[in-house]
Design a protein around this ligand. Structure first.
Ligand SMILES: [Zn+2]
Length: 236
């Protein structure tokens, strides 16, 4: 299982195909603490976490079901049909999702946050849960800060509703292309390209569209004004 890297676009359909007969009633979030986000080196890092769990902890496999990297990559760990090894006393009926980084000090990248939203939504859908079923490791281990003091549970739960329902063609899209535009849902891509070309939207200075964020009323009015101006100019 280890070594399967998924993009947000592929995750939902992939998850739907994974067998699971055990009862899952919650999702528990973790961070790696070590390695930190800045130490992440792709598959090598995932393998090192797995080796640590198997050799040092003596577990049969990596303890988490999913790991989410700073670049937005989603790594499949232990099969969802098997109990994880991540939260003492809560493993039998939970899914363990681990964010790579030390969120006592580091910040989630936007790509990582968007992938987390996609993973959480897909898991809630698959196991018929609600945002209230998302918990933090520290809820069950008060001596730990996991998944990091920079993360707030109420805020993470509120992120789940940011995602629009994905359409079915999404899973057929090219994985690399999806990864390079993780902030625009596939159903909006054509419209976003048109809006950029016609200067209706400009994106943020980072070059991102931030397609899952709410627009303010002022931003909507500015976009309408740009559209009106573009139409007026095209008549001359
Ligand atoms: Zn933890």
């Amino acid at each position: 299982m280890l070594g399967i890297k998924l993009t947000g676009e592929k995750f939902r359909s992939w998850l739907g195909e994974q067998p699971c007969t055990r009862k899952v009633n919650e999702i528990i979030l973790h961070h790696t603490w070590r390695p930190t986000a800045s130490q992440y080196k792709g598959k090598q890092t995932i393998q090192a976490i797995c080796d640590y769990h198997v050799r040092e902890q003596g577990w049969g496999d990596i303890g988490y079901h999913f790991l989410i990297a700073p670049d937005g990559a989603i790594w499949a760990g232990r099969p969802v049909g098997q109990s994880g090894a991540h939260t003492r006393g809560r493993n039998a009926h939970s899914i363990g999702v681990c964010l790579i980084g030390n969120f006592d000090e580091e910040e989630l990248t936007e790509r990582q946050r968007l992938s987390l939203i996609i993973v959480l939504n897909a898991l809630l859908e698959r196991f018929k849960l609600t945002a209230e079923d998302i918990n933090f490791h520290r809820d069950y281990a008060p001596y730990k800060s996991c998944p990091g003091m920079k993360l707030d549970k109420a805020i993470v739960r509120s992120w789940v509703s940011e995602l629009e329902a994905p359409n079915e063609t999404a899973s057929e899209r090219d994985a690399d292309d999806a990864l390079s535009h993780p902030d625009v849902p596939s159903w909006a891509e054509e419209a976003v390209k048109w809006a950029l070309k016609n200067n209706i939207v400009k994106g943020f200075p980072s070059g991102k569209i931030e397609g899952y964020r709410h627009a303010t009323r002022a931003e909507v009015i500015v976009m309408l004004h740009r559209l009106w101006r573009a139409l007026k100019e095209s008549q001359h």
